[in-house]
Design a protein around this ligand. Structure first.
Ligand code: NAP
Length: 285
């Protein structure tokens, strides 16, 4: 991957860091994003040391905040005129209802909306790379969502549940992937979503209640390593075998079916329109 620039959100930990390290070993220039400068610096140093690749840097971003996403997008656009691979990997699990600074439900705001905004804002630089690839980390958890109530983003009508909201955000990752893939076909840019497997990270320990934390910790020994969990993202980012493959949902480096409602174009369009409304900007992609 020499000469390629790869941007990975949430590259300071878990699957994102393992993906960054593997792609650094393949010779790509790596840009991780992190909401913590300390964690970013530590991860950059570790990736440089383990890969022997010095072209590793970071940009600070809090994906839950539109202001932070806009500032980070400006930095990325200025510093990296050509982005060959964008891996929208960052994600959170939040047990109890939380709102972001803009007053939107946290998992939707971080896992979907932050990436929707970031991707659209830096799209010119992605297009400048030619046959670029965009990879969105979704999850098999999307299957619990069959309908999106776009009039109740903050769960004011329906009761909030951590899993319910996480599942909704991952379902949104797939709808966004599919709409973006359709829009970018003309540009030769591929967009795919990934379920990485059940991966031994700390995602369900950071903002989770004791019950969820306990369940996660009990399940951890049965989960795969971060290196294993990163394999599908790495495959989609780097393998010549998947050139031109777009609009797919991938598990263990193979194309799978996401649930039926996530395959319906009307649902992709409705989410795109709502997301534009929520960020106060229209995108032609
Ligand atoms: N682990 C699994 O079994 C599993 C299964 C299916 C899908 N996934 C998906 O895989 C992706 C990676 O998850 P992981 O398991 O590797 O979790 P992780 O170890 O917790 O890593 C998540 C990354 O996202 C970052 N992040 C969280 N909230 C953020 C915010 N507001 N702004 C910026 N960055 C933020 C985290 O930063 P901090 O270090 O600061 O928290 C971290 O770098 C997620 O999208 C997740 O939904 C994971």
């Amino acid at each position: 991957m020499k000469g390629k620039t790869v941007v990975i959100t949430g590259g300071n930990a878990g699957i994102g860091k393992a993906t960054a390290l593997a792609l650094a070993k393949k010779g790509a220039e790596i840009v991780i994003t992190s909401r913590s400068e300390i964690k970013a610096k530590e991860a950059v140093a570790e990736i440089k040391k383990s890969s022997g690749n010095d072209k590793v840097d970071y940009v600070s971003i809090d994906l839950s905040s539109q202001k932070s996403v806009r500032e980070a997008a400006e930095e990325l656009k200025a510093q990296y005129p050509k982005i060959d691979v964008l891996i929208n990997n960052a994600g959170c699990y939040v047990s109890d209802l939380q709102l972001n600074v803009e007053g939107l439900e946290m998992q939707f705001a971080t896992n979907h909306l932050g990436h929707f905004l970031l991707t659209n804002l830096i799209l010119e630089n992605v297009k400048a790379a030619g046959k670029a690839r965009i990879i969105n980390l979704a999850s098999i958890a999307h299957k619990s969502t069959r309908e999106l109530n776009l009039d109740d983003i903050n769960y004011e009508k329906e009761e909030y549940g951590g899993w319910k909201s996480y599942s909704r955000s991952k379902y949104c990752n797939i709808l966004f992937t599919n709409e973006l893939a359709k829009r970018l076909k003309k540009d030769g840019i591929t967009v795919n979503s990934v379920h990485p497997g059940g991966v031994r990270t700390e995602i369900a320990e950071k903002n989770a209640n004791w019950f969820t934390k306990l369940g996660w910790i009990v399940m951890k020994p049965f989960m795969v390593t971060v290196e294993e969990g990163a394999k599908t993202s790495i495959h989609l980012a780097s393998s010549p075998e998947v050139e031109g493959e777009t609009g797919g949902y991938w598990v263990k480096s193979k194309k799978f079916f996401s649930n039926r409602p996530s395959q319906e174009e009307a649902n992709w369009k409705a989410l795109w329109k709502k997301s534009e409304e929520l960020v106060g900007q229209e995108f032609q992609a």
